[in-house]
Design a protein around this ligand. Structure first.
Ligand SMILES: Cc1ncc(COP(=O)(O)O)c(C=O)c1O
Length: 474
């Protein structure tokens, strides 16, 4: 029997009231952050202090609206123009609204009737990707993030290329995949989950330009075969995370074709460039890959976590997981596009498709072109600015919206230590959010231009602050 408390929890008037307050709070927040009106990107707290705060918070009573305000205050502001750190998009408001809609509807998506609209919309979204990439017989689905999407692509590779029927019988042979040493760590993780072990992940060195060294592929492959491995796939990065450099996809494809292995592209970050007239050339050759993944929550402005896994051959999108689930579907061998759990890692998954569709519906595909092109251009502009400063250096010319650079001290201080200190002080100060990376043993500051409202005025201020930190905190 339902209780008064349950009635209160589901009360529509309360929902309306609290919902309107939340939208109003977020609208004010959006205005203040995008115009740079709030002074800080984040207010740094030590993890234990933050935990204690939330523990104590529950000991006194607060309205839902006060709770939401507090969460907002104590979170990093991805919409702030000084947020130039990790690769998470400032959500396009219409996509956030779509997420609210789907959060309340909570359609589980495993089978058609548990999400009719979102399932049909998902097919449309995937077809839009296929068309943009140039897949004429492609298909795919949305899944929960780039990490899971890469695992799914590599499982499909194993299904298609391993001589053993690993899914049913396990593997008797040592399997391996080839990948650049610069690839995102989740590719390595996926391979380990698949039981390939560290020797089954063949890390090919990157060249001076940080692209996978394609002239080294043959020797790494030959040595793997000599050591008894069956190489099933090669992964191209588009781009790799630290530097934002795209691998030469045409060359990687040529190698995959010659060896008859699967070609997977991790385009979690830069796949969206396929919609940019100016930058789509970076993905030349992508249409030849057997599978490719693209994150919506990185360069397409959707809320997290929203990733497309797309296959060149429609049938491959059905082959990965072959599972009987009597309570969901009767027959397993039907290629019914509308029963999503037959193809996705997840059983219940969120209605991610509405996040993409809301953007396309409101602004068309042109939005993605504007978004990517603006951000890649902004990185180039910042790089030019850095190059013009005698006391700074860039690690490499940016190819996408990621710029690695560092301050060069004029005194005897160790350049790595100075830049580590700069990063730490900036984080704790909170006016800017930038991150760092290590390239060939050298520490660099790293910025990713995620916010279309970050201008040269902001980056000039960043340079000024870095100089001050370098001078003051000696
Ligand atoms: C190239 C690349 N692949 C995969 C991932 C992981 O994606 P996700 O965070 O959506 O799991 C990232 C994350 O930064 C990435 O940069």
């Amino acid at each position: 029997m339902s209780t008064p408390l349950l009635h209160k929890a589901y009360d529509s008037a309360l929902f309306k009231n609290e919902g309107e307050q939340l939208v109003s709070l977020l609208a004010d927040y959006l205005h203040t952050t995008t115009t740079g009106g709030s002074d800080k990107v984040l207010r740094w707290t030590e993890p234990e202090d933050e935990y204690t705060f939330w523990q104590q918070y529950l000991s006194t009573s607060h309205s839902t609206s006060d709770f939401f305000k507090e969460v907002l205050e104590r979170s990093i502001h991805t919409h702030h123009p000084n947020y130039i750190g990790h690769q998470v998009a400032p959500t396009v408001p219409v996509s956030a609204l779509a997420t609210l809609l789907s959060a309340q509807l909570n359609n589980g998506m495993a089978v058609y009737e548990m999400g009719a609209a979102a399932t049909a919309i998902e097919r449309l979204v995937i077809n839009t990707f296929c068309k943009a990439i140039g897949y004429t017989n492609g298909d795919g689905f949305l899944t929960s993030g780039g990490t899971l999407a890469n695992l799914t692509g590599l499982l499909a590779a194993r299904r298609a290329k391993a001589t053993d029927d690993v899914w049913n019988e396990g593997h008797s042979k040592k399997l391996a995949i080839m990948v650049s040493e610069e690839a995102h760590y989740c590719v390595d993780r996926a391979a380990r989950i698949m039981g390939l072990g560290s020797d089954g992940i063949i890390k090919v060195p990157a060249g001076d330009n940080y692209q996978i060294q394609t002239d080294a592929l043959e020797s790494y492959y030959t040595s793997a075969i000599k050591n008894g491995f069956e190489v099933i796939a090669i992964v191209g990065s588009a781009p790799s995370t630290s530097t934002g450099v795209y691998d030469d996809l045409e060359k990687v494809y040529a190698f995959a074709k010659a060896k008859k292995i699967w070609f997977h592209i991790d385009a979690a970050h830069g796949g969206a460039a396929i919609f940019s007239k100016k930058y789509k050339h970076l993905l030349n050759g992508a249409h030849k890959a057997d599978s490719i993944i693209i994150d919506g929550h990185k360069m397409m402005g959707t809320s997290a976590i929203t990733t497309a896994v797309i296959f060149k051959n429609s049938t491959d999108s059905y082959a990965t997981f072959e599972q009987k689930a009597q309570y969901l579907w009767e027959k397993n061998d039907d290629a019914d596009w509308f029963n999503m759990a037959k193809r996705t890692f997840e059983c219940t998954k969120s209605m991610m498709s509405v996040r993409f569709y809301a953007i396309i519906n409101a602004y068309g595909l042109q939005f993605f072109d504007d978004f990517v092109t603006t951000l890649y251009d902004a990185a180039q502009q910042f790089s030019d600015l850095i190059a013009a400063q005698p006391d700074f250096e860039i690690a490499l010319e940016p190819v996408s919206n990621i710029v690695c650079f560092r301050y060069k001290p004029s005194n005897q201080e160790d350049v790595n230590e100075v830049n580590k200190r700069i990063r730490r002080v900036l984080l704790e100060d909170g006016e800017f959010y930038i991150v760092a990376t290590t390239l060939r043993g050298e520490y660099y500051l790293r910025t990713t231009f995620m916010n279309p409202f970050t201008t040269q005025k902001h980056t000039e201020r960043l340079i000024t602050i870095i100089r001050k930190v370098a001078a003051i905190h000696r």
